[in-house]
Design a protein around this ligand. Structure first.
Ligand SMILES: Cc1cc2nc3c(=O)[nH]c(=O)nc-3n(C[C@H](O)[C@H](O)[C@H](O)COP(=O)(O)OP(=O)(O)OC[C@H]3O[C@@H](n4cnc5c(N)ncnc54)[C@H](O)[C@@H]3O)c2cc1C
Ligand code: SF4
Length: 509
């Protein structure tokens, strides 16, 4: 039996079983869990995320001790500069012969770890992260020789491989994708179930106090902290979702509601991404709800597509294209972020709601992230790295492997179309159709120019006009470009003039 192994468990790897523990007996190992300054400050993290992770790490450490492991735990108030420094400190008191780490999710950290062996003077084993349903190699094999890496085809292969929602060799119900049934706007058609909040225990309360004291200027209103911090409570959250929200999830997945930040969404990305939930288990639970007649096929398929399809696909894409991916800026977007991105104080109701809840709760659902905030950043040409840093900071589920393809690729089209087949640009009309914010807004979604015109409208046409050359190479943009070009010259000039004026005073919107 090999002696004196150290296992470093990262804050987003709180799963049991855990790949780095495989084949290691408790008496052989010292386990290191560390809350360190570098990880806590490399972007301006939401305090919800810090509390969730630190509390979940402390609970996980307790779980490992119960299993007989010796755990060395470093807490954030000890001001440990980095993960490497934490390993060095443990090594001084309890020398180890090798270090095992499950490969990190972010390129930044993986790059650093490549050099750790020289500093620690022991071998550092980076173990494959088997908690994903497609390994990096699986994705590379799938991508090899393909001109375009479209999610839909990847998703179909994953459905077949994991035999989820299958009827023999065919997709359940005869169709792979029920997206067309998942686009209804929100008009208060049914009651939104009230969500119970998981209890805050002593450990979490202690972390809330520490994070409040150490990070007074970070976003996040901790009086609203409502996240699960153990695998058990995360399972209970999933259970609640399947029983109460899943049946309406599909229909209102793309809805925008004044009344609720959550609508019928799962609220599980934060648990999947730190290991408290297992993606296959989640999909199986949702499929079981469909099989027992609790929800429609469209609801179950719509949900499974997100977890089995999108989530695995963006991770594959990230590793496939890094490190170049983070440098892309295909539309040369460089305009500084308005200050109100950090306060939510804008008169645009939809945007104000989405920004405030992102900052205060650390959560916004997909359509708020994509079609309200992301769409605005896209059509206003906001600076790509600054927008990405904002997204990586504010969300409780944000890690670069999932944030970057979604923000830089899907929302900002800065990868030139690797991720999305066309830019997700839209005018106020779309936002009006999807929800009830416009009724409460100082702007008029039907006006394109003049006092009170919805800023999304003129900025949308400005976007189409300024990128018309690039967009004309995209067959999916032909109709829109054709319509714009057919409009009278003075009409187009008036819209562009108003948009220029709007861009000149973004701070005042
Ligand atoms: C600009 C932008 C940035 C985003 N940044 C993140 C991020 O940092 N972290 C993150 O986990 N998701 C991110 N997403 C994807 C998605 O918005 C969130 O996963 C989702 O809103 C999480 O809430 P939920 O658990 O209630 O999701 P639900 O709507 O209930 O969906 C179920 C699950 O599907 C998965 N999923 C859905 N869409 C995606 C997607 N596009 N990519 C990856 N997984 C997906 C998530 O795990 C999610 O929990 C981003 C999307 C956009 C457009
Ligand atoms: S009018 Fe425009 S800015 Fe106001 S809520 Fe509607 S889409 Fe948003």
């Amino acid at each position: 039996m090999e002696k004196d192994v150290a296992i470093l468990v990262l804050g987003d790897q709180l799963s049991w079983p855990h790949p780095a523990f495989s084949g290691v007996e408790p008496e052989q190992a010292v386990v290191i869990l560390a809350e360190v300054r570098e990880e806590a400050t490399y972007v301006r993290h939401n305090r919800h995320k810090m509390v969730l992770l630190f509390s979940a790490m402390r609970h996980f450490a307790a779980h490992l001790r119960e299993r007989g492991y010796h755990v060395e735990y470093v807490s954030i108030d000890q001001s440990m500069p980095s993960l490497l420094a934490a390993c060095q400190q443990v090594q001084k008191n309890r020398p180890f012969a090798r270090l095992r780490v499950c490969e990190p999710g972010e390129f930044r950290l993986r790059e650093q770890m490549e050099n750790w062996s020289a500093t620690l003077n022991v071998p550092v084993d980076l173990i494959d992260d088997t908690r994903f349903l497609a390994s990096r190699q699986d994705f590379s094999d799938w991508a090899a020789g393909r001109k375009q890496l479209r999610m839909e085809y990847f998703y179909r292969d994953m459905r077949k491989r994991y035999r989820l929602l299958m009827d023999g060799d065919q997709p359940e119900g005869g169709k792979w994708n029920y997206d067309a049934e998942n686009r209804s706007g929100w008009r208060g058609q049914c009651a939104i179930p009230a969500r119970p909040n998981p209890d805050i225990d002593e450990v979490t309360q202690q972390v809330i106090d520490t994070v409040t004291a150490l990070f007074p200027d970070n976003p996040g209103d901790l009086s609203t902290f409502r996240w699960a911090v153990t695998g058990e409570t995360a399972e209970a959250e999933l259970e609640w979702f399947c029983e109460n929200a899943l049946p309406a999830f599909g229909t209102y997945q793309d809805g925008l509601a004044e009344a609720s930040p959550w609508l019928f969404h799962g609220l599980i990305s934060m648990y999947l991404n730190c290991g408290l939930l297992d993606p296959l288990g989640v999909c199986e639970k949702v499929e079981a709800a469909y099989r027992r007649g609790h929800c429609s096929l469209a609801a179950a398929e719509g949900f499974i597509r997100q977890v089995l399809g999108w989530r695995e696909y963006v991770r594959g894409l990230y590793w496939h294209h890094m490190p170049d991916y983070r440098e892309y800026n295909a539309l040369s977007a460089v305009r500084p972020l308005p200050e109100w991105f950090w306060t939510g104080d804008t008169g645009m109701r939809c945007l104000s709601k989405a920004l405030k809840q992102s900052l205060d709760l650390g959560y916004a659902h997909h359509i708020q992230r994509l079609m309200v905030i992301g769409n605005f950043a896209l059509i206003a040409g906001l600076d790509v790295p600054a927008v990405c840093a904002w997204y990586l900071g504010v969300y409780v589920d944000a890690y670069e492997w999932v944030e970057l393809p979604n923000t830089l690729g899907m929302a900002l089209f800065a990868d030139g179309g690797i991720m999305a087949s066309k830019p997700y640009a839209a005018s106020g009309k779309y936002i009006q159709k999807q929800g009830d914010h416009c009724k409460h807004c100082q702007y008029d979604p039907k006006k394109v120019t003049g006092e009170g015109a919805c800023p999304y409208n003129s900025l949308y046409w400005h976007f189409i006009d300024r990128h018309n050359e690039l967009l004309s190479q995209n067959p999916r943009m032909g109709l829109i470009l054709g319509g714009w070009r057919k409009r009278a010259d003075d009409d187009r000039a008036a819209v562009l003039k108003w948009a220029d004026q709007t861009l000149g005073q973004l701070e005042a919107l």
